[in-house]
Structures are given as C-alpha cells and as structure tokens.
Design a binder for this molecule. Structure first.
Ligand SMILES: [Zn+2]
Length: 82
C-alpha cells in the first residue's frame, strides 16, 4: 500500500504539481541546512515539520508541511558544504 502518496492528493483541476518545485526545494534545503530560521513552506507559508535522522556519514531530514502536506527529503552527506 502506498499510503504516503494518499496524504497529498492532487486536487481535481489543480495546476499545482504534487511536489515542490526545484526553486522551492532549494529554499527548504537552505533553511534546513543553515538552521537560520524556522523552515517555512514556500508553497503556502505554513509551518514545516522537520524530522532528522543521522547516519554514520550523512544526515537526512524529512520536512512536511502541516498545511498542504507537501514533503521534501533533504540529504546531507558528511563533508558537503552548505
Ligand atoms: Zn505548505
């Protein structure tokens, strides 16, 4: 069951893509990696819920908008420059 995809249904007639654009994703990535401010959804301005998981050589954050339910995975390998 692909339940994860059911959380962000495409609205009938909506021209919005089911995910963030490249520009939006870049903004989220920058916010998460720099931790300079609380990450905000570039699509709707809602609050992004950020869950991080740290591995031996990398860190992954899963960001999900509380309002529009779009999500993005931010991956940072050890040694990456922000
Ligand atoms: Zn949103």
């Amino acid at each position: 069951m692909l339940t994860a995809e059911r959380r962000a249904p495409r609205l009938p007639g909506s021209r919005h893509s089911p995910g963030f654009s490249l520009g939006e994703a870049a903004q989220i990535r920058r916010d998460v990696l720099t931790m300079s401010s609380h990450p905000e959804c570039p699509r709707c301005g809602g609050e992004l819920d950020v869950v991080g998981a740290k591995g031996a050589d990398d860190i992954i954050w899963i960001t999900t908008c509380a309002d529009c339910r779009l999500s993005l995975v931010v991956h940072r390998r050890a040694g990456d420059l922000v």
